[in-house]
Design a protein around this ligand. Structure first.
Ligand SMILES: [Zn+2]
Length: 66
């Protein structure tokens, strides 16, 4: 998982286009109770957290690749 601000940058792993998805915060270990928006690659399953999402959850240090 790495940080990106654009969905249309494509997947860093396979170059596929990213799809906007909402996932439960516990799936990403975010300290929030609502779902968080991520960009997910349908090809390889890679997940990217947009900067806007990081800002919304007050995230700092959540953008590290897992
Ligand atoms: Zn991919």
């Amino acid at each position: 998982m790495c940080v990106t601000s654009e969905y249309d940058l494509g997947c860093a792993n396979c170059g596929g286009s990213l799809a906007r998805r909402e996932v439960p915060p516990e799936a990403l270990a975010f300290p929030v109770s609502e779902s968080v928006e991520v960009a997910e690659c349908p090809n390889c399953g890679g997940r990217y957290v947009p900067e806007a999402t990081l800002e919304r959850v007050g995230g700092d240090g959540f953008g590290r690749q897992t």
